[in-house]
Design a protein around this ligand. Structure first.
Ligand code: GLC
Length: 652
């Protein structure tokens, strides 16, 4: 049962698709304090709080302060309060009771979950305007499903998007892209996607292709498709200011860019230097920008990633001018402890400055609204621009779309990737921990940059991360400019990488079936153990996951480890894969175990009475069928498995 309550006069987000009567009663579970703009509740000792989507720290969110304030912050360390997303749904549960809470407001909200006071959960609002949905259900999974049913069905990508993708900021020329494809082919490692980062564009202008480095682009797209590879270009939120560039000219002429108070278009800067931001919240501007994807679709492209859409702002022209003026005050001075740090702050805080988000306005649902009030739905509406346009441009075909910034609602139009992580072991663990949390909020097609985006990676980290990544729907190795190369063929253990990637392809019938069942049935794909098992130990396990109905994962995420401790809430069959067709099986009793896992091994635990289907992988998604299947069963008498199949491209 879901009930809707209203505080103040919230700005709609269109995240909930179901119509509700607003309950006049007071919001259950919470104390409301209008003066402090807070909702609070006392947590019992054994209450757990799971959810909040893409945030830092563990699965149980108790013990930290999380702020919904979409931020371009490439350091996902545990002292951060915000990442790129606002996914304000969580469940409070213990053995005795449980309920879900969705805080729907496009502005800033803080979730103090035992940070200020260990046993208190306090939601505080910048503006006390929000729709609050309280979800009651028989257990956590039921609550999540009910919540998911009110926010609409999750985005379904084309089946080929479950293949392996290689990315880099940036492959600078078509020849570099060809080389990546060649090297993967030489190594015998299947590859389905190569991502084009910002340098494929002409001077970082959206919907353009640099003719000198990517000549005859449609032909090149075709050439790669003939090799089984989809090229997936990036699209950024900012439109370069340049007269004669059609997107800029049209946007100016039609008034589709966000404006300052005085009515002028906001001048901000991102990769191309000065840009204007399309007003994705305005229906006409959103449709206009969405239609631009056709320029690339017409050249054979069938997938995109949307970036810098928090929006990331290097600087605004107005703020930069102010900074240059103030810098004068520091010239020639002996800078002391105070003035030096003030100077440093002045210059160091020009990017993503909170003040800049108050300098511009949107035309949203017939009203003029200052950006900071709707900040968290900007990226969502960029994804929506694309998703809505794809339905018009390709009514019969699925198009791959995922975004960096998000809000609940965006899950209907695309997936997400988890942004600029680092080549840190801690971020492999974070990847594991974020998967169920984003699933709770409707985001199913998700994944992190495998191997890590920032910092130099190491071969063992890429091996372990790939061994986990083969289970995530979005399966992409991506790396920042200037960092150590991390395409799999660069490393020594090519055989191990090939075997792990082929295992991914062998798992496709299972992964796709489970994904589709989750999408069509409003279910989670990745679950924390305690969502299924009621024992106390399960609720403490933060580094294992249930994936779909049949298997549990316990990835190795520490360096130099040749195994790990695993907790089994019930008897399971451990399958230790060295390759999709080379594995051993062992029945393990419920309880604690130390299990060995060498660098070339992938551990899968099959649940009792369940089946893990495997196919015979050949060369990428084009040859993934379910013709030659193997079934790994634990307790085959009781086991059955329903495979989901479709043509993988038609819209559903
Ligand atoms: C942002 C993206 C990253 C991309 C880079 C250059 O940092 O998060 O994935 O490679 O921009 O476009």
């Amino acid at each position: 049962m879901v009930r809707k309550y209203r505080i103040g006069n919230p700005i709609p987000t269109d995240s909930v698709v179901k119509e509700f009567q607003i309950s006049e009663e007071s919001i259950p579970h919470f104390d409301r304090n209008d003066e402090k703009k807070e909702l609070s509740l006392l947590l019992k000792k054994n209450d757990k709080v799971f959810g909040l989507g893409e945030t830092v720290r563990g699965m149980n969110k108790r013990g930290w302060l999380y702020t919904a304030n979409n931020s371009d912050d490439p350091n996902h360390t545990e002292n951060k309060n915000s990442l790129y997303a606002s996914q304000n749904f969580f469940v409070v549960f213990s053995k005795e009771d449980q309920f879900g809470v969705y805080v729907d407001t496009p502005g800033k909200v803080s979730f103090d979950i035992g940070y200020t006071s260990l046993d208190k959960l306090v939601i505080s609002f910048e503006d006390f305007d929000a729709d609050i949905y309280i979800v009651e259900g028989s257990d956590v999974l039921d609550i999540v499903s009910q919540f998911r049913s009110i926010i609409g069905r999750s985005y379904i990508p084309p089946k080929w998007a479950f293949g392996f993708g290689q990315s880099r900021w940036s492959y600078m020329t078509a020849d570099e892209v060809r080389e990546v494809a060649d090297k993967y082919a030489e190594a015998g490692i299947p590859l389905d996607m190569i991502y084009l980062d910002i340098d494929y564009m002409e001077k970082y202008k959206d919907f353009t292709v640099d003719e000198s480095s990517f000549p005859e682009f449609p032909k090149f797209v075709e050439e790669m498709r003939a090799r089984g590879i989809h090229l997936v270009p990036i699209i950024d939120a900012g439109v370069k200011v340049e007269e004669g560039y059609d997107v800029y000219d049209e946007g100016v002429e039609k008034g589709y860019f966000v404006k300052k108070e005085n009515g002028e278009n906001l001048l901000a800067a991102v990769w191309p230097g000065l840009v204007h931001f399309p007003d994705f919240l305005n229906d006409d501007a959103r449709a206009w920008f969405g239609n631009k994807y056709k320029v690339l679709i017409d050249q054979g492209i069938d997938g995109f990633w949307n970036d810098m859409n928090e929006p990331a702002i290097f600087y605004t022209q107005d703020h930069l001018d102010e900074v240059f003026e103030q810098i004068e005050d520091y010239k020639g001075k002996n800078l002391d402890i105070k003035s030096f740090f003030a100077f440093k702050d002045l210059v160091g805080s020009i990017d993503n400055n909170p003040e800049d988000y108050r300098r511009f306005y949107h035309e949203y649902k017939g009203k003029r609204i200052r950006h900071d009030k709707v900040h968290n739905i900007f990226g969502y509406n960029m994804t929506r621009a694309a998703g809505e346009a794809f339905e018009r441009i390709c009514p019969d075909k699925r198009i791959l779309m995922f975004s960096r910034s998000s809000y609940i609602g965006a899950h209907r139009y695309g997936g997400i990737w988890h942004g600029d992580n680092h080549s840190w072991w801690a971020h492999l663990l974070l990847n594991i921990q974020q998967m169920p949390a984003v699933n709770m909020c409707g985001f199913l097609y998700t994944g992190a940059d495998i191997g890590g985006f920032g910092s130099d990676t190491t071969e063992d980290l890429v091996l372990r991360w790939t061994a986990f990544g083969i289970f995530t729907p979005l399966f992409r190795n991506h790396c920042a400019m200037g960092m150590r190369n991390q395409e799999l063929y660069r490393f020594e253990n090519i055989d191990a990488f090939r075997n792990i990637i082929k295992l991914r392809y062998a798992l496709i019938p299972y992964l796709y079936s489970e994904f589709m069942k989750a999408a069509l049935g409003d279910k989670m794909l990745f679950k924390p153990l305690c969502f299924e098992y009621g024992d106390d130990r399960s609720s403490q396990v933060e580094d294992q996951l249930l994936l779909g109905e049949s298997i549990m994962l316990a990835p190795v995420y520490t360096q130099n480890a040749t195994g790990r401790y695993v907790y089994l809430p019930e008897d399971m069959k451990l399958v230790r894969f060295r390759a999709y067709d080379d594995y051993d099986e062992e029945i393990l009793q419920a309880g604690d175990h130390y299990v060995k896992a060498e660098l070339n091994e992938v551990l899968v635990f099959v649940r009792k009475g369940h089946v893990l289907p495997l196919t015979t992988p050949e060369d990428g998604m084009k040859s993934v069928g379910d013709a030659e299947m193997t079934y790994i069963c634990y307790d085959s008498d009781a086991a059955s498995y329903e495979l989901y199949t479709d043509d993988g491209v038609s819209r559903i």
